[in-house]
Design a protein around this ligand. Structure first.
Ligand code: NAD
Ligand code: UFG
Length: 338
């Protein structure tokens, strides 16, 4: 059985990906420092997949831990999720982000090289496109300078991997995620937002659960059909499955590095998301329209032809499924808190 190292595998996208890897027949080893997750996620993963995971509580920046890990296991490939992701915090504390997201990647690449592990999948983001001139965005759409240090870490991370794979024996796939939302249909794993959520979907579900009083829609005077911003929301289980497809393809690639958008290809406005949530939860959401949020992109959605054809991957869940599963997850964690 091929063995995969998943860094940050107890986090939101990592935990869903571990489940999909296991159900596709891979063995999984996770390294996570629990900075934004808990050890309890491991049991939830095992209860979904029925398969055990080797878990190392440790930091990808710790060379000794990484060496030990690579000595103990013969990895076929690595999926690198471990990073910080809060855009606002990255503006206030950029060094924290450069330290973890860039240094962590460099440590990982060093360990892969020393131990002869060739296959890497990297979590990138549509944030690298900034305000794109042409929509939908294709993978060749020019990269813009980022709006935040977090975004810069993704641009630099991609560049480091591109340079590295030119001269080293490493194959890499860069996955540019659009807006991951939702949760596993079992409601056993999902996202734990840290403090007050800045992302739309957790804010919606927390408002419906009575944790937040009211959702504020950040502006309805954009040049879109209903005036609210447009994003390409992607169900986290579909996103997880894209990693499995990438792992199958990564060592058969004609080039040593390739990049894929991961979205549905459909743009949805904030009001459409709210409506889909109301329809699937049967709850009327308390919301108002407020001013625009600084730094928001008016609209962005993916061209997904490349990933559809090359990786043979297609999103299966629609916006209503995303909202339904996000709501099931919110209800399950609210029950545990109360
Ligand atoms: P998350 O915070 O839920 O998961 C990240 C996991 O990595 C956490 O469990 C955390 O404890 C762990 N971690 C962080 N630094 C570590 C370190 N140095 N060593 C070991 N473990 C460490 O985040 P997520 O939403 O699952 O995102 C995963 C990846 O996808 C990140 O690289 C993120 O930047 C990227 N991404 C996320 C989104 C999104 O909207 N969620 C969008 C685009 C890209
Ligand atoms: N929104 C609201 N009210 C809220 C929260 C969000 O109206 O309380 C709106 C935003 O203004 C935006 C849309 O909902 O129009 C989506 O906002 P999110 O914060 O959920 O997502 P973003 O697309 O703004 O940000 C996401 C990731 C970032 C990443 C960025 C890349 O969260 O990590 O995509 O484009 F950098």
């Amino acid at each position: 059985m091929k063995k995969i190292l998943v860094t940050g595998g107890l986090g939101y996208i990592g935990s869903h990906t571990v489940v999909e890897l296991q159900s596709s027949g891979y063995d999984v080893v996770v390294i996570d420092n629990l900075d934004n997750s808990t050890e309890g996620v491991k049991e939830q993963i095992v209860s979904i997949s029925g398969r055990s995971i080797d878990l190392v509580i440790g930091d990808v920046n710790d060379e000794q831990t990484m060496n030990r890990l690579f000595q103990e296991h013969n990895f076929y490939g690595v999926i690198h999720f471990a990073a910080y992701k809060a855009v606002g915090e990255s503006v206030d504390n950029p060094i924290k982000y450069y330290q973890n997201n860039i240094t962590g990647l460099i440590c990982l690449l060093g360990a892969m090289e020393r131990h002869g592990v060739q296959n890497l999948i990297f979590s990138s983001s549509c944030t690298v496109y900034g305000i794109a001139e042409d929509l939908p965005v294709i993978e060749d759409t020019p990269i813009k300078s980022a709006e935040s240090p977090y975004g810069t870490t993704k641009i630099i991370g991609e560049k480091i991997i591109q340079d590295y794979t030119k001269h080293k024996n490493i194959n890499a796939i860069l996955l540019r995620y659009f807006n991951p939302v939702g949760a596993h249909p079992s409601a056993k794993i999902g996202e734990f937002p840290n403090g007050v959520p800045s992302n739309l979907v957790p804010y919606i579900t927390q408002t419906a659960a009575g944790i937040r009083e009211q959702l504020v829609i950040h502006g309805n005077d954009y040049n879109t059909s209903d005036g609210t911003c447009i994003r390409d929301y992607i169900h986290v289980v579909d996103l997880a499955k894209a990693h499995v497809k990438a792992m199958i393809f990564v060592d058969k690639m004609p080039n040593s590095v390739d990049v894929f958008n991961v979205g549905t290809g459909n743009g949805s406005s904030v009001l459409e998301v709210v409506k889909a949530f109301e329809e699937r939860s049967d709850i009327r959401l308390n919301y108002i329209v407020g001013p625009r949020r600084d730094g928001d992109v008016e609209q962005i959605f993916a061209d997904t032809q490349k990933i559809n054809h090359v990786l043979q991957w297609q999103a299966e869940y629609d916006l209503h499924d995303m909202m339904y599963h996000a709501w099931l997850w919110q209800k399950s964690i609210s029950r545990k808190i109360n």
